[in-house]
Design a protein around this ligand. Structure first.
Ligand code: HEC
Ligand code: HEC
Length: 181
């Protein structure tokens, strides 16, 4: 865990996060435009994502632009702000049959790192996201980016993704949105 997470978010952190409100809102929840839920994501993962957008390792026009001129302090402050918020996102509609199939695939290939059915993360030195309750639109877009190699995966996850059969990604997605965060 990075040192910056160890203190509570304060008004300075909120001031730094103001630049994010246009797209992620003050509450970090879904806006409907394809932005992910970032409220309650782990501090270290938000920092890692902002770093990846800043260096261009992850490509998204909006995120590349907003992170471009941010300092380390500003990155950590805005991450601390969103990590401290609760994820109170409403449940999304899902297909029970797909979600059931997805539960089995997840247990076999993904649970090792995305523990507790995607509510947690287990890798020691690499930060990871919470998948449970993330938005359908965002998860669908990330699966597509991973499959087309537009977004880099840790090697263990690349191996797991290679095992997916057609339809498996859709089943996993229904499983993750069926779960509260
Ligand atoms: C102009 C709109 C815009 C602004 C401003 C913006 N974001 Fe984003 N953000 C997005 C979009 C769109 C995505 C999805 C990118 C993708 O598909 O990879 C995203 C993705 C992210 C992710 C990745 C989440 C994940 O699960 O991997 C994080 C973290 C994030 N934003 C945090 C922030 C923070 C913190 C700020 C302010 C410093 C910010 N964003 C400002 C539009 C924006
Ligand atoms: C070896 C550990 C590992 C395994 C196994 C693994 N992942 Fe991951 N996963 C990660 C890490 C680390 C990240 C964060 C990558 C980054 O920082 O960009 C991640 C990110 C993701 C994301 C992006 C979420 C977001 O908020 O942007 C999705 C979706 C995902 N994994 C799905 C899966 C699925 C589905 C499986 C099984 C088929 C799987 N992962 C297996 C380690 C793993």
């Amino acid at each position: 865990m990075l040192a910056g997470a160890s203190r509570a978010a304060d008004s300075g952190d909120a001031a730094s996060a103001k630049r994010c409100f246009k797209c992620h809102a003050e509450d970090g929840l879904e806006s409907g435009d394809g932005e992910p839920i970032i409220a309650a994501q782990p501090f270290a993962y938000i920092v890692a994502a902002l770093d990846a957008f800043q260096t261009g390792a992850r490509v998204d026009k909006s995120m590349n632009k907003v992170t471009k001129s941010m300092t380390r302090e500003e990155i950590e402050a805005s991450a601390r702000y969103y990590a401290s918020l609760p994820n109170k996102s409403p449940r999304q509609p899902f297909d029970t049959k797909f979600a059931g199939k997805g539960a089995g695939i997840h247990a076999r290939l993904c649970e090792k790192c995305h523990v507790d059915g995607g509510r947690g993360f287990s890798m020691e030195k690499t930060p990871g996201p919470i998948l449970a309750g993330q938005t359908e639109k965002y998860l669908r877009a990330q699966f597509a980016q991973f499959m087309s190699l537009d977004r880099e995966m840790p090697s263990g996850m690349g191996i797991a993704m290679l095992e997916l059969l057609p339809g498996d990604a859709n089943a996993l997605l229904h499983y993750y949105i069926s779960r509260s965060p």
